[in-house]
Design a protein around this ligand. Structure first.
Ligand code: 0A1
Ligand code: ZN
Length: 876
């Protein structure tokens, strides 16, 4: 096999031929589905008259190719390297093809495949070529008509995009439905679902008074889990009208839940397909976190109808155009419903741990990459989350109102077109008059800018001088970086806890302002400042950067108490805890006793005793920094010291503050029935953080509280929190029976069993890896199902750092074994799963060697493009 080759943005050429109309007929059969495609093709006026027609196809058995009704001779076309090339075609013509595909053996879950009792599709980014010959690129947009033929008994429901226009019976117990989607779309938005499904119906009246039918299609046993997604959908539809003036544009909107799905969900026009884990919920089976995740994903896919479908991407290098903007939209939606500061904390924490790690690792890439081998590898935190941070910075730079004018103009101007990142940013520049040339670097430069700030106080002149320098480290293929335009939101907190009025050059900026850092180093002088002011920097995580400032512990405690910005109160607490934990890590390395800094204990005492109006934020402040974030701050990562020190810090906080945690636990008990409301979720979050400290203290009393909460069996949030504490404790006599009971009770529900798998394999005890191997043989596990793989293998390798990084290398070996198997079955999932193995650069030499050894072992296999690309980068 030839080595996979990279594709470059600079090689982009517009398509030579357009497809105006696409007519498809699917004759469904599990092993041999026949697909007939009729494409109405026109040569692009600007392309050469002699241009060949090139179509993409993968794994197709071609039965017939005809132009204007004339079957082509074998000499009139070529099929090579997944392309069908026809050298001579007329200006305008009708191309007919007929192919046979095998949905049952499609374990990659791209194109048409079988999931449980249904057929379904996944076409983004390049799955449509596994269905039929087609110009499978987003800048070819056509109107689709789709006829689906199936067995009346086995596939009573036949769905595709748009509106149903005809249905009828056929001989041999078969029937058909024809669907028409009036909106021109790229092939990646095509969808088909067929099977035995039940429907929940509702409706939504749009702002212009049109009635839209809403349908949620699920397997019968899931009917009791549909309310939340339907309610979320209606909230999202309303929000998009109010916040962006966007109305839905078809008479029917459908969502289907499928069990086998590579990602969260997919925004196919009028027919969103969801991973069942991202749509099905009820209080007995679903935690608060998942309720919120579902609400966000339902909104995300719905919002794509405008940011993605009506205005789509010219090519896949522009992926962040639709994803960054849509994530920003779903984040804004979620924070309009739930605690806004907590949403910001969660999103920033995700950036600061996982995205920063990606940016610092071998697969680092710009938000708009300039080359790739396999585009499926680029559905990353950088494209999605950093892409959203860029749009957020733009919206702050322009102000809400101007940003809205910009988005209105963008949707209006580019409706029905396939466009580039520049089209979005230039529209924003046009409405605002801002010069966004330097800002565009955010899309081009990979790596996380490092900001180093310092201050100087002149007591005589009462001047506070702040200096900020920036530098972006080199990333693969990008040695030298230019300064970025970084908006730094900030304030100064006076010694008495009051905010300081910010006066720069004689001009007042209130108590909260945005500094625009554009140079490698810049300075700001604040006048009329009393001694002892503490800077609060990068409020609300105003830019996706690392920030260093030499805050003392007293200054951090000060910010923790008084900062006007909830996000920075949390950030100050995290930084304070980090200093204490790093001290303990040093003691761990010297084999000395690890004593927790008394100032952190006092800070926590303050938090636990002072009443606060935002309990959701308080719960976040009480969580110590994650092992992943602590690791991100180290030059050399010492896995065991991080785990040991963090654990010891939790225990010492628990020992010193037992009564305080206990009273928070009791004060946040609920009597009303479960509801996923922000108030209730805040209480549960706070209560369960408190319980985790109580259990860490090791008192039997605390373990009994956890057991009682588990047995009360009120809702999955509380049950799962208690189960995790029991299963992660050293008390096998409590943990094992709970795990056994839970496994028996929920054996019928695969989404709950995923939580059961994840809970067991994230335990810190040394037997976690053996449990993974043991559970891989459990009847509820299947390596072919991505959710199972994520729950068992993903949870272990990403969330159980001490055990994945075992010094005997068994964790790495296990992951490599799984990746090698997945490489054959599902390359996309294989390439995602392998990532923890590629993050070895800051570990000790022994682990580095073990990890590289496993990567070499994988490289010796016959690799998919997906895995090849990641392994090559990791070993480079
Ligand atoms: N556009 C979807 C993400 C997605 C990408 C690829 C998929 O299958 C290979 C599925 C979904 C979204 O942003 O939600
Ligand atoms: Zn998306």
């Amino acid at each position: 096999m030839a080595e996979p080759q990279a594709i470059y943005l600079s090689d982009y050429r517009p398509p030579a031929y357009h497809v105006d109309k696409t007519e498809l007929t699917f004759d469904l059969d599990p092993q041999a589905t026949r697909v007939r495609a009729r494409l109405h093709v026109t040569r692009h006026p600007e392309s050469e008259a002699q241009a060949a027609l090139t179509l993409h196809g993968h794994g197709l058995t071609t039965e017939r190719i005809a132009i204007d009704g004339q079957a082509l001779l074998e000499s009139e076309y070529r099929i090579e390297a997944d392309q069908l090339i026809i050298d001579q075609v007329p200006e305008t013509f009708v191309l007919d093809t007929e192919v046979i595909i095998d949905p049952t053996s499609n374990t990659a879950l791209e194109g048409l495949y079988v999931s449980g009792p249904m057929f379904c599709t996944q076409c983004e980014p390049e799955g449509f070529r596994r269905i039929t010959w087609y110009p499978d690129r987003p800048d070819v947009m056509a109107v689709f008509t789709t006829t689906v033929i199936g067995d009346r008994q086995r596939q009573p429901v036949l769905l595709s995009n748009g509106n149903p226009i005809e249905r009828g019976e056929l001989p041999d117990g078969r029937h058909f439905v024809t669907w028409e989607d009036p909106h021109p779309k790229p092939a990646y938005l095509f969808a088909l679902v067929a099977g035995s499904l039940e429907c929940v119906r509702d409706s939504f009246t749009t702002m212009s008074g049109r009635e839209v039918a809403l349908e949620l299609w699920v397997e019968a046993q899931n009917l009791e889990k549909t309310d939340w997604a339907m309610a979320s959908l209606k909230r999202a539809m309303k929000w998009d009208e109010e916040a962006y003036g966007r109305e839905y544009d078809l008479d029917l909107f459908m969502i289907v839940a499928v069990d086998d799905f590579n990602m969260g969900a997919m925004e196919n026009k009028g027919l969103n397909i969801f991973n069942s884990a991202a749509v099905l919920a009820n209080p007995q089976t679903t935690t608060d976190a998942t309720f919120q995740r579902i609400e966000g994903i339902v909104a995300h896919e719905y919002f794509h109808n405008w940011s993605g479908n009506r205005v789509t991407c010219r090519d896949w290098f522009q992926l962040a155009l639709k994803e960054g903007f849509t994530v920003f939209r779903d984040q804004s939606f979620s924070s309009s419903i739930n605690s806004a500061p907590v949403k910001r904390i969660e999103d920033a924490a995700l950036m600061r741990t996982l995205q920063f790690a990606e940016d610092a690792g071998p697969t680092a890439h710009p938000v708009r990459p300039d080359h790739f081998i396999e585009i499926s590898n680029f559905y990353t935190l950088t494209i999605y989350e950093k892409g959203a941070e860029i749009v957020r910075m733009l919206s702050h730079l322009l102000g809400e109102e101007t940003f809205r004018r910009g988005s209105d103009l963008y949707f209006e101007r580019f409706d029905g077109q396939a466009v580039r990142v520049e089209d979005f940013v230039e529209t924003m520049a046009e409405v605002s008059g801002e010069d966004l040339t330097q800002f565009m670097r955010w899309y081009a430069q990979a790596g996380t800018p490092q900001l180093t700030a310092r201050s100087d106080y002149d007591a005589e002149k009462r001047r506070f001088t702040l200096t900020i320098a920036q530098q972006t480290p080199p990333t693969p293929g990008q040695e030298h970086k230019q300064p970025q335009h970084v908006p730094v939101r900030m304030g100064l907190m006076a010694a008495d806890g009051q905010p300081v009025e910010l006066i720069i050059n004689g001009e007042s900026h209130g108590t909260d302002t945005v500094l625009h850092l554009r140079e490698a180093e810049q300075q700001w002088v604040f006048e009329n400042v009393d001694a002892g002011a503490v800077p609060s920097l990068l409020r609300g995580f105003s830019a996706p950067v690392r920030l260093e400032y030499p805050w003392s512990r007293d200054e951090l405690s000060h910010l923790m108490r008084f900062d006007e910005d909830g996000f920075n109160r949390w950030d100050a607490t995290q930084r304070l805890a980090l200093i204490a934990i790093e001290e303990m890590m040093a003691a761990h390395q010297r084999n000395e006793l690890m004593a927790l800094d008394a100032r952190l204990i006092e800070a926590f005492r303050y938090l636990l005793r002072e009443p606060t109006d935002d309990r959701a934020v308080l719960a976040e402040m009480l969580r110590l920094p994650s092992e992943a974030w602590i690791a991100e701050q180290q030059r050399r990562v010492d896995i065991d010291a991080i785990h040991g020190a963090r654990r010891a810090a939790i225990e010492q906080l628990a020992d010193n503050l037992f009564p305080e945690f206990e009273s928070v636990y009791h004060a946040n008990q609920q009597s009303e029935a479960y509801a996923p409301t922000p108030e209730q979720m805040a209480s549960r979050s706070l209560k369960n953080v408190a319980l985790s400290y109580l259990v860490a203290n090791g008192e039997v009393e605390a373990l009994n509280m956890a057991r009682a909460q588990y047995e009360a069996d009120d809702n999955m949030t509380d049950v799962r929190a208690a189960l995790t504490l029991l299963a992660h404790s050293d008390r096998a006599d409590l943990g094992d029976p709970a795990i056994r009971a839970f496994g028996e009770r929920w054996a019928h529900d695969s989404l709950v069993m995923d939580q059961w798998f994840a809970t067991q394999v994230t335990r810190p005890q040394a037997d976690a890896l053996e449990r993974v191997r043991f559970l891989m043989d459990h009847p509820a596990f299947s390596i072919k199902n991505p959710n199972r793989v994520r729950a068992l293998i993903g949870a272990f390798t990403q969330q159980n750092r001490v055990n994945f990084h075992r010094l005997d290398g068994e964790g790495y070996r296990l992951l490599a074994d799984v990746v090698i198997e997945l490489n054959r079955l599902n390359p996309e999932i294989a390439a995602r799963m392998i990532v923890p193995l590629t993050r070895y650069h800051r570990l000790d030499e022994k682990r580095q060697a073990l990890m590289r050894g496993e990567l070499e072992r994988i490289r010796a296999e016959n690799l998919s493009r997906n895995v090849f690309e990641v392994v090559e980068k990791a070993l480079a």
